[in-house]
Design a protein around this ligand. Structure first.
Ligand code: PHE
Length: 345
């Protein structure tokens, strides 16, 4: 009987060692250690043994079981590890393969122009201010010296929502709001970019929605020469150091005096070409000294405080700078157009 047990142990261990799958291993376990297995069989015959032999044989049988079970366990571990390694090998990815290129977008040309202008003025101590696009008639017109019925309201055809609320026609209401908030105190130095709306038919140079950038400076002893100097710095930084500017008299109800600023044509250098319509000058923006009525309405003492304001269209500046011939390109968002302003290409 002892012999038989030893044999079984050897036989089982050999089979275990040779097995190559978890299934095979399980079959061996059932075959040798199961209830119908040969070891159980041997143990059943123990009844025929003497009382001295029985515990010796019992201990041996347990040893054999133990040995088989330990070997099974070790082999199972080996096989499982091998299975994991095989899976890893078969599923491995080649990290050196080049990836699919990710399409990178870029800033919209108008965003670039606006940020460039913001940076320029921030460098001169201005702060960026914003206001609502859905605006009250009061801030869009009345507080800017344009009472109801004023003929100059017709210059800016408006989208009214109610009688008192409209889509702002310019960024100038941000001036009125900022002054009101400052409660008669100076100084104020702000730049206000944003969308504006007018009832215009869209064509190459008109859009019912476009952008403006407003500038406002209020303080003591602010003079026309400050306005001129500021605009000159702006023109040179935006369009090149050899640009000259000229101010022409104009009219806006909220500034007095009012001017329009031209820059010497950067295409022909002032000799006359198609872009400047043979005049050598290109109109860039409207500006002026803040009207005393506007200051007073916002709570400022117009004897003590003066100010200047200007307003420009980033579309026009982008069109001139980048040679874009149709304002609608900025809003139809054709990627072939937009891609040309990428810094990555
Ligand atoms: N708000 C004016 C416009 O839209 C521009 C402007 C702003 C003029 C500030 C003078 C001062 O036409």
């Amino acid at each position: 009987m002892q012999e038989r047990l030893k044999e079984l142990q050897q036989e089982a261990i050999q089979k275990i060692e040779q097995s190559s799958s978890l299934k095979e291993l399980n079959d061996i376990r059932v075959a040798y250690l199961g209830k119908k297995g040969p070891i159980t069989e041997v143990l059943r015959g123990m009844g025929k043994l003497s009382a001295e032999e029985r515990p010796v044989m019992g201990a041996l049988a347990n040893e054999v079981r133990e040995a088989i079970a330990t070997t099974l366990e070790a082999k199972q571990k080996d096989l499982e590890e091998a299975a994991v390694l095989e899976k890893l090998a078969s599923e491995s990815i080649d990290v050196t393969l080049p990836g699919r290129p990710v399409k990178v977008g870029n800033h919209h040309p108008l965003t670039r122009i606006i940020e460039e202008i913001e940076d320029l003025f921030i460098g001169m101590g201005y702060q960026v201010a914003e206001g609502p696009e859905v605006e009250q008639d009061y801030y869009n017109f009345e507080a800017l010296n344009l009472p109801k019925g004023h003929p100059a309201r017709d210059m800016q055809d408006s989208f009214y929502i109610t009688e008192e609320i409209l889509l702002r026609t310019h960024t100038s209401p941000v001036q009125a709001r900022t002054m009101e908030k400052n409660q008669g105190k100076g100084p104020i130095k702000i730049i206000c970019p944003g969308k504006v709306y007018r009832r215009d038919n869209d064509d190459a140079t008109h859009s019912h929605q476009f952008m403006q950038i407003e500038g406002l400076v209020v303080g003591e002893n602010i003079r026309m020469s400050d306005l001129k100097g500021t605009l000159e710095v702006f023109a040179k930084k935006m369009f090149g150091e050899d640009r000259e500017i000229r101010l022409r008299p104009s009219f806006f109800p909220f500034t007095e005096p009012s001017v329009e600023m031209d820059i010497s044509c950067m295409i022909c250098g002032g000799h006359g070409c198609n872009v400047c319509k043979k005049t050598g000058w290109i109109e860039i923006l409207g500006a002026g000294m803040v009207h005393p009525n506007v200051l007073e309405m916002a709570g400022y003492d117009s004897k003590k405080y003066t100010g200047f304001a200007f307003g420009m269209g980033p579309e026009r500046i982008a069109m001139l700078k980048y040679g874009v011939d149709d304002i609608r390109h900025f809003y139809t968002n054709d990627v072939r157009f937009l891609k040309q302003f990428s810094k990555h290409e």
